[in-house]
Design a protein around this ligand. Structure first.
Ligand code: GLC
Length: 548
């Protein structure tokens, strides 16, 4: 695909996240798949997105929804075949839509051939050197090698019957790879080429900040918020966001540059400061990284403005574009997050479990305004499937259906991420709401709430007040308007609680986060508003795009 401007596509793209298990089920087994996704490409085209990020579709025992990959060169039979993937890529390209699969370099599945070989070969073998195996501590080696903890709860180490321990920063079924081993580098560069050869336009890099570990594997110091210890300087954290990780991505960048057509990476890198995040996207490194600070911000004008300013300042210092995101498959859907009167700021490295009464009308109003804010900011943006339908988090899934490993590993104290992964409602009055074909032989893998009949694509299509039509119009205007996407912005004077900024001379975005009605500044037209505007007044939690 040729780009019509000199700015590469990834600097301004709107990328739609397809959580493939929950997007569209083509074969009736209750799980989304490539056939379902192919059948919905016309929908995605009409929505107006530029690219799809597809969560892992590789062969996997699904201990963590596919983030436990057994074979990176095979598609899991649940989703289809490599030939299906090739067909999807070709068809998407015909629609002008790019394809970005996930790649998971921090760990493999415990069923990956390398890990199986490591198990068979035993302690001290070269096969074990591709992972992080160590003897335990204490007289009989019964204590884990260090005090690291799994992101899903519990220790980050599991002991084998032969006495060796292995590291897993996530589930025990996800052993961490040893990125000091040359085989690991060579294998991943080969996997990148395998998929680039099949036409993918880039990759989303899972846990991009986790690959490099301190070879000494030192204990974590006591938490900074306890009485002991100081906050860690990030470069010294034994396994997160270490400086050495960038060597890996400089090599990956060279691989991407071997291919034509502007292939691009986006890093899932949780960095504690905008400076640390910007390091991933320096010249010669990755192209883009998610700005999670925006997703973590509360619904508060000062907080949002600070996040926007800090992100843009740091990224422009390295000439990289921002990539804004409100929701994804790991976090509470923002319609529900914003449905609490006071939206708590997200604390990094902690699970978000908000409290308070849920007012979905409030959440939806704010989500509409947030969409217009996000899509007007300089750079690219991510839309998580269902954002465009205003889907809320399903907070009351029965415990018996929960699949996220967090539920078990937290000792049933944290319900995990299934509530944002419920299959998409497409049409009809009852589950499966068009997610599965008429003759499906299994129910959707997570139950859909009955009242989602109001939120189906079918119900919202053509309803000018719907979230779907708001997104469609916003994405169309964004494509048509050269002021949007990549570029710069300038804040305008506005009363406390109102965010107002100009893109080029003619385009202004205004968001009212104050408790009071706000009279819009002089404008020639309202291009789009998140709610009805009467007498030029923007009410609380409303946003508007203006030409001036
Ligand atoms: C990333 C993914 C998440 C997964 C984890 C382990 O954070 O987004 O879904 O569980 O990595 O691969």
């Amino acid at each position: 695909m040729s780009s019509t401007t000199h700015s590469p596509w990834w600097r301004s793209a709107v990328i739609y996240q397809v959580y493939i298990r929950s997007f569209a089920d083509g074969d009736g087994d209750g799980v989304g798949d490539i056939a379902g996704l192919r059948s919905r490409l016309p929908y995605l085209k009409s929505l107006g997105v530029d690219a799809l990020w597809i969560n892992p579709w590789y062969k996997s025992p699904m201990a963590d929804g596919g983030y436990d990959v057994a074979d990176f060169r095979a598609i899991d039979p649940l989703f289809g075949t490599v030939a299906d993937a090739e067909q999807l890529i070709a068809e998407a390209h015909e629609h002008g839509i790019r394809i970005i699969p996930d790649i998971v370099p921090n760990h493999t599945s415990d069923e990956h051939a390398w890990f199986q070989a490591a198990l068979d070969a035993g302690p001290g073998s070269p096969e074990r050197e591709r992972y992080v195996f160590r003897p335990g501590r204490g007289p009989d080696g019964a204590a884990p090698p260090n005090n690291w903890v799994s992101c899903f709860g519990g220790p980050a180490w599991t002991r084998l019957p032969d006495g060796d321990w292995y590291l897993h920063l996530y589930a025990p079924e996800q052993p961490d790879l040893n990125w000091q081993h040359p085989d690991v580098h060579a294998e991943f560069e080969s996997i990148l080429r395998f998929w680039f050869d099949r036409g993918v336009d880039g990759f989303r890099i899972d846990v991009a900040h986790g690959l490099a570990k301190d070879p000494e594997l030192p204990d974590l110091p006591p938490r900074p918020d306890t009485a002991h210890g100081q906050p860690l300087h990030h470069a010294q954290h034994p396994h997160w966001d270490r400086d050495e990780v960038h060597d890996i991505y400089r090599a990956w960048r060279k691989v991407a540059d071997e291919f034509d057509g502007d292939r691009a990476f986006v890093a899932e890198a949780w960095a504690d400061t905008p400076e640390r995040l910007a390091a991933y996207v320096r010249p010669g490194g990755l192209h883009t990284a998610f700005n999670f600070d925006f997703l973590m911000a509360s619904w508060d004008p000062k907080d949002l403005r600070t996040v926007i300013d800090d992100s843009l300042a740091m990224l422009s210092g390295v000439s990289a574009p921002a990539t804004w995101v409100l929701s994804n498959h790991d976090v509470m859907r923002h319609t529900s997050r914003y449905a609490r009167k006071t939206v708590a700021r997200w604390v990094p490295n902690q699970r978000y479990q908000p409290e308070g009464t849920v007012d979905l009308d409030l959440g939806t109003r704010r989500a509409r305004a947030a969409a217009l804010l996000m899509l007007a900011l300089p750079g690219g943006a991510y839309v998580y499937q269902g954002d465009e339908l205003g889907l809320p988090e399903v907070e009351d899934l029965p415990e018996s259906v929960l699949e996220d490993p967090i539920w078990e590993r937290s000792g049933h104290t944290d319900r995990g991420r299934d509530g944002c992964r419920v299959p998409i409602p497409w049409s009809g009055q009852a589950a499966p709401f068009g997610f599965s074909p008429e003759d499906a032989y299994a129910a959707p893998w997570l139950p859909q709430p009955a009242n989602w009949k109001q939120l189906t694509v079918e119900a919202q299509t053509g309803d000018e007040t719907s979230m779907l039509e708001l997104y469609r119009t916003a994405l169309r205007l964004r494509r048509e308007n050269p002021a949007l996407g990549d570029g710069t912005m300038t804040w305008l004077d506005a009363p406390a609680g109102v965010l107002a900024f100009r893109r080029d001379a003619g385009f202004v975005c205004v968001v009212n986060l104050s408790g009071e009605a706000y009279q819009l500044p002089d404008h020639s037209s309202v291009l789009l508003a998140s709610g009805p505007i009467e007498d030029g007044v923007l009410t609380t939690d409303q946003a508007a795009w203006l030409t001036v």
